[in-house]
Design a protein. Structure first.
Lengths: 191, 281
């Protein structure tokens, strides 16, 4: 199915999304990657508020390139999500509804997604110049000292993504790979 | 003896950092286009088309193909009849990287201390530089920025001689299979076999510099490259890992003599944005 999604997301919408659906996102999303996640988890552990209200929000795992003069942003494709696996379950528990990135997720993340109803979306890795066209405004709202790793608030229009793992835990990576795998099962030392 | 001033090296490195990050090389573009024809998955075809469109936008707007503009890996082949004047060669290369990344709107992705503070150096230095002394009175500079989505999925194993060619193949395929969607497939696989631990890793990195439509001139290695490509493309990972048959665009293997007790194998995975530009001064 193809959907247009308004971000932030609501629970009803999340439950309808299935692994393999393609979506076009409009609205507000936040960037955070390794260093920003580490800082957010420290704030939570110290009982301090996060730089933004995380309930119903979406985090895009990205560290963009600087913008040329007159441009909103430089290349801005997804980074590997698994590096955020150590931090994501806590944020999902606090109300995070969407994560955009690329690559595999851990069982702990998928379990949290099922329990608290969240989705994991894939953006095309290595297509940062293309994706930048969907980002129409950006501002740094926290941790400016982190440079590219600062938390940016992004306004997106027609941001293209695909549901990789839905709130039931179904995983497009697994389904897609199994469909096209042509390895002789007798020599299948690869799994 | 020929004299080369460090200023020429700074300028060359600055320009190569930018050109390599903005422009996808023709051999890769050609294989991506072929991939659209051979890919069986509709999702996969669409991803490949988007990757080609991305490269066109990047080239036209002088934007980075990928926001991960990499840690800057630089190979220098220095003719032994060259005399370098005007400063220190390593400093000159790092100055070129600094200027290239700052003026070129490229992301700075290097942290000073790898374990503790992890504070960004803010200019993408230091570069990882490999010096090689060759005949002649020229310097060849190759700038190859390396993104870490794929670098992190690379691997090295010290096999024993009894594991033989089957052990080599198994380790390479397992490394790619385990990487799955993480390194932004379709990937390019650089393999180094032989030498010592660090020599194998360097061979694998150098293998990524060879155009992907150019096979090894050693017949058995050429056959190995073709067989590995077919095996990898049977894994089902596909473009962006969504399932499909175009998982790798090319497999390049380099070999070197090794010790009687050893069979080192290194696998350096690279995404479609396998970037390298070179100049001879």
């Amino acid at each position: 199915m193809k959907y247009t999604l308004e971000a932030p997301f609501d629970d009803e919408k999340i439950k309808r999304l299935k692994a393999g659906d393609t979506v076009s996102i409009n609205g507000i999303i936040y960037t955070a990657r390794d260093a920003a996640h580490k800082k957010m988890i420290s704030l939570i552990n110290e009982g301090k508020p996060l730089p933004f209200d995380i309930r119903n929000q979406t985090i895009y795992y990205v560290g963009p390139c600087p913008a040329r003069p007159g441009e909103v942003i430089g290349s801005a494709g997804p980074t590997t999500s698994s590096r955020m696996d150590a931090y994501a379950p806590k944020l999902i528990e606090l109300g995070l509804k969407g994560m955009i990135g690329k690559g595999l997720r851990s069982k702990a993340v998928i379990d949290a997604m099922k329990k608290y109803k969240a989705v994991y979306l894939g953006a095309i890795g290595g297509a940062g110049a293309l994706i930048a066209r969907s980002i129409v405004a950006q501002e740094v709202i926290a941790f400016p000292e982190l440079g590219t790793e600062a938390i940016h608030k992004l306004t997106v229009e027609d941001f293209p993504a695909i549901i990789i793992i839905d709130s039931n835990g179904d995983d497009l990576y697994r389904m897609g790979r199994d469909k096209y795998r042509a390895v002789n099962p007798e020599n299948n030392t690869y799994t | 003896m020929r004299t080369i001033c460090v200023n020429d090296i700074i300028e060359a490195v600055e320009r190569l950092c930018q050109e390599s990050n903005y422009n996808l090389n023709d051999d890769i573009k050609k294989e991506l286009e072929k991939g659209i024809q051979t890919e069986k998955s509709e999702n996969g075809k669409e991803i490949l088309a988007h990757i080609i469109e991305n490269a066109e936008i990047a080239g036209k707007k002088r934007m980075a193909i990928c926001q991960d503009t990499g840690m800057t890996v630089i190979f220098l082949d220095i003719g032994q009849d060259v005399y370098i004047t005007g400063g220190n060669l390593t400093d000159a290369i790092n100055e070129g990287v600094r200027r290239g990344y700052n003026k070129g709107y490229l992301r700075k992705s290097v942290v000073k201390d790898p374990v503790f503070e992890r504070i960004n150096t803010t200019d993408n230095t230091p570069a990882v530089i490999h010096y090689n002394i060759v005949n002649g009175d020229r310097i060849k500079i190759t700038v190859a920025p390396k993104g870490f989505g794929s670098e992190n999925m690379s691997g090295l194993k010290m096999l024993t001689p009894s594991e033989g060619i089957e052990g080599v193949k198994r380790f390479i395929i397992e490394t790619v299979d385990k990487a799955g969607p993480n390194p932004c497939p379709p990937i390019i696989v650089g393999v180094g076999i032989g030498g010592t631990m660090e020599k194998a890793a360097l061979l694998a990195k150098k293998a990524l510099l060879r155009p992907i439509d150019e096979r090894s001139c050693e017949p058995r290695i050429k056959e190995l490259e073709l067989e590995l490509l077919e095996s990898i493309n049977s894994l089902g990972i596909g473009p962006a890992g969504l399932g499909g048959r175009v998982t790798a665009l090319g497999v390049n293997v380099e070999v070197f003599p090794t010790h009687i007790a050893g069979l080192p194998v290194a696998v350096n995975i690279s995404c479609h944005a396998t970037r390298h530009s070179e100049i001879i001064i």
